[in-house]
Design a protein around this ligand. Structure first.
Ligand SMILES: Cc1cc2nc3c(=O)[nH]c(=O)nc-3n(C[C@H](O)[C@H](O)[C@H](O)COP(=O)(O)O)c2cc1C
Ligand code: SF4
Ligand code: SF4
Length: 332
């Protein structure tokens, strides 16, 4: 069979998980390709064409105003007027026709898929029962992610066969943790510990959806949507309350000018293009509240982006590709 994994990943966890899934699927004799939506689509245009504004972005805006209110960003361009975007989705539609199953993956942000990934799903041309599964990486759990992404994909005509997810590394907590607790050495050790567990869970997922060696498309059947487990609802509800209570301490990015070397990396790497380089001062300016993917914070070479005073001087997650390139990720 031919399987395609379509994903968004801000700081590398979901990309790593997609690669792990792909290699397990290939190990069962099926072809598995990867598609990072950011490489094929202008994600800012995607977000504008089908804006998804989660509650936390609105709350962050209310508490810490930035120069462009979220509302004004999404009000004017609510349809796909962008020819390039229409062509990109048409091409995507033709491309996925070549595959038997599509896997859709995103990090969990406030129990939902990343806002821009939800926008992306809303724009996919409607399918006629194409089989799909969902996957996620997260911290404590996906909670409502699974149900919500399923419904979003079903609205685009996909039939869901299952869901896989795992915890890789705490990208949300890392930037508020002291380096001696969560620096690169500890990240490496932690990933060494996690890797076999992640692979084991992937194996169980592939078995559960019948994606075994030699399986044919008709052996893979859509699965019923189950309710969100009660324990998840309880924990999710409590964590959500705690997250919103701490929002004013934990959100609202700023640039530490004394540290910034004006390299522009944060602006050029923001998937939502929310950061502009100020023509007069040469410093980056975050224009609006974003999805807090934390890429800018983690990517700045001199740790000049902070998303709260709590994150100043704390650990950063350079992502798998950088850790791998530096030889800091252990071999399987
Ligand atoms: C803004 C934000 C919100 C998050 N919210 C949740 C959450 O509600 N539940 C959860 O389990 N993990 C949450 N996380 C953790 C991420 O889902 C996790 O770090 C993910 O693996 C990051 O994936 P990526 O590296 O592919 O971007 C959140 C992370 C961020 C940055
Ligand atoms: S400004 Fe930073 S945190 Fe916000 S979307 Fe862009 S890279 Fe992510
Ligand atoms: S990545 Fe860091 S150093 Fe470079 S412009 Fe952004 S804040 Fe400044």
């Amino acid at each position: 069979m031919k399987i395609l994994l379509v994903y968004f990943s801000a700081t590398g966890n979901t990309a790593f998980y997609a690669r792990s899934l792909a290699s397990a699927i290939a190990g069962r004799g099926h072809r598995c390709d990867l598609l990072d939506v950011e490489k094929r689509f202008d994600l800012r245009a995607v977000w504008h064409a089908a804006p998804v504004v989660p509650r936390y972005m609105i709350e962050a805006q209310a508490r810490i105003p930035l120069e462009t209110p979220v509302g004004s960003l999404v009000s004017s361009e609510n349809e796909i007027k962008n020819e390039a975007l229409i062509e990109a989705f048409d091409k995507f539609d033709r491309y996925i026709a070549n595959f038997d199953i599509i896997g859709f993956g995103s990090p969990v942000y406030f129990f939902e898929p990343a806002a821009v990934f939800s926008s992306f799903i809303k724009l996919i041309p409607v399918q006629t029962g194409k089989k799909a599964f969902t996957f996620a990486t997260h911290m404590e759990g996906p909670v409502w992610f699974r149900k919500n992404i399923r419904e979003a994909l079903e609205a685009r005509g996909f039939r869901i066969i299952g869901h896989a997810d795992d915890h890789i590394i705490h990208t949300e907590l890392l930037p508020v943790m002291p380096k001696f607790i969560a620096g690169e050495g500890v990240q490496k050790a932690y990933l060494r510990y996690r890797r076999p567990r992640i692979n084991k869970k992937i194996k169980a997922f592939l078995d559960s959806v019948n994606l075994v060696k030699g399986a044919a498309p008709d052996q893979i059947q859509p699965a019923e949507a189950g309710p969100v487990p009660q324990m998840d609802q309880l924990v999710g509800g409590l964590v959500e309350k705690a997250l919103y209570a701490t929002l004013k301490f934990s959100m609202g990015s700023r640039i530490i000018k004394e540290k910034c070397v004006k390299c522009g990396l944060c602006a050029s790497s923001c998937p939502m293009k929310m950061i502009r380089m100020d023509a007069d001062t040469g410093y980056p300016v975050r224009t609006s509240h974003c999805m807090y993917c934390l890429r800018c914070i983690n990517i700045c070479p001199v740790e000049a982006v902070s998303y709260a005073p709590l994150s100043d001087g704390r650990a950063r997650f350079r992502g798998f590709e950088k850790l791998e390139a530096a030889g800091r990720i252990p071999a399987r």
